[in-house]
Design a protein around this ligand. Structure first.
Ligand code: ADP
Ligand code: 3PG
Ligand code: MG
Length: 390
């Protein structure tokens, strides 16, 4: 899939409306706890500045209710951090559309940077409202999408604006699409998918896709509980999704490429300092939770990873936030680091877990998209990427 690259755009002296993925985590005091998403936008922004463009940056933060005024959803902390990283002033506006915004944008000089306030302070953004998209589009002469993490959404700033402006893909967006599409289009074999995390409903489509294209699909985390249960094995009090049982039973449960935990780490409470046990899968008592994959499963998955040419991983193998249940995830992260495979990971918690394991700089590619990565890997494209295809 070839995208129209920002490198092909003539941006000098032009107002470039850049849709950024600045949906970063903030703590209670409003400080950014992880600025990775700002960092990955930098190459595109620096490139545009070198080309003497005027940068009008648009983004969302969190899920405000579509009304302005809630300071905890303001993009101001992002503007401050971005200014520090670029070493240039970033002018923060108090809205993203309207006469005051237009006035500020029309007065820009090449090299100036304006950060618009949270797009989701207007309910029209999420609704993909055409008038809102048009109002945003008046702020730029060109549009660049550098928000891979939002490309599964049909928001006005993602899709509607592209009907009014020549539209290009940012450098990171191009890289995300090329890395993830290569898994689907022409993966080197063996291709191994590791899928874990909380909900099977979030990841069932991707599991099905991988059962079509991968050599091994290794499941872990709470979502594997659904498959164990579908196979008729006892899972005690473990988290699972009742409404997904029929779907889980329809999976090719006897497919030899589908691996579920053969042993698990259990506890009677989800808390730190509790006694834990290692049990064969299926041997879990009624009063226990499955909270991690066991050592035999780690060995099995590590062997599969060691022979892989490409590994894709989304979703932790256990309740990694507590040390007692972090081992499976850590050891799988180590197995990825030491394999010669091309390793691609994604998902907010997966990145966090791999970082805690000290392995983040050892993976080949860490996607900045959570939902967007899963959707792309499902194989049906992403709505906001379609207008950028050459
Ligand atoms: P990602 O953000 O990487 O896509 P998810 O959000 O799907 O991952 O899942 C991560 C969450 O799943 C973590 O909070 C983790 O504690 C939880 N989890 C993983 N395994 C279990 C388990 N066995 N029981 C309960 N929660 C689990
Ligand atoms: C994300 O963090 O996954 C993206 O920014 C999309 O956010 P959303 O799920 O609120 O649309
Ligand atoms: Mg998550």
């Amino acid at each position: 899939m070839e995208l129209r690259s920002v490198r092909k755009a003539n941006v000098a002296d032009k107002r470039v409306l850049v849709r950024c993925e600045f949906n970063v985590p903030l703590d209670d005091t409003g400080s950014i706890t992880d600025d990775t998403r700002i960092q990955v936008c930098l190459p595109t922004l620096q490139y545009l500045l070198q080309q003497k463009a005027k940068l009008v940056l648009s983004a969302h933060l969190g899920r405000p209710k579509g009304e302005p005024g809630d300071e905890k959803f303001s993009l101001r902390p992002v503007a401050v951090r971005l200014g520090e990283l670029l070493g240039k002033p970033v002018m923060m506006l108090s809205d993203c559309v309207g006469p005051d915004v237009e006035k500020a944008v029309m007065a820009m000089m090449p090299g100036d940077i304006i950060m618009l306030e949270n797009l989701r302070f207007h309910k029209e953004e999420k609704k993909g409202n055409p008038e809102f998209a048009k109002a945003l589009a008046t702020l730029g002469e060109l549009y660049v999408n550098e928000a891979f993490g939002v490309c599964h959404r049909e928001d006005a700033s993602m899709l509607g604006v592209t009907e009014h402006l020549p539209s290009y893909a940012g450098l990171r967006l191009e890289q995300e699409v090329s890395e993830l599409s290569s898994v689907l289009e022409s993966p080197q074999k063996p291709l191994v998918a590791l899928v874990g995390g909380a909900k099977i409903s979030d990841k069932i489509k991707v599991i099905k896709k991988f059962l079509e294209i991968a050599d091994h699909v290794c499941l872990g985390g709470a979502l594997a509980n659904n498959i164990l249960k579908a196979k008729g094995m006892a899972i005690g009090k473990s988290i699972f999704e009742e409404e997904m049982m029929d779907v889980a039973k329809e999976l090719a449960l006897v497919d030899t490429r589908l691996h579920v935990p053969v042993d698990v780490v259990t506890a009677k409470k989800i808390a730190t300092g509790v006694p834990t046990e290692i049990k064969a899968a299926g041997n879990v008592s009624d009063d226990e939770y499955i909270l991690d994959i066991g050592p035999d499963t780690v060995r099995l998955y590590s062997m599969v990873i060691a022979k892989a040419k490409v590994v894709v991983w989304g979703g932790p193998m256990g309740y990694y936030e507590l040390n007692e249940f972090a081992r499976g995830t850590k050891e799988v992260a180590t197995a990825l680091s030491t394999s010669g495979a091309r390793t691609i990971i994604g998902g907010g918690d997966t990145l966090d877990a791999v970082k805690r394991a000290g392995c983040l700089d050892k993976v080949s590619f860490a996607s900045s998209g959570g939902g967007a990565m899963l959707k792309l890997l499902e194989g049906n494209g992403l709505p906001a990427i379609n207008p950028l295809i050459e």
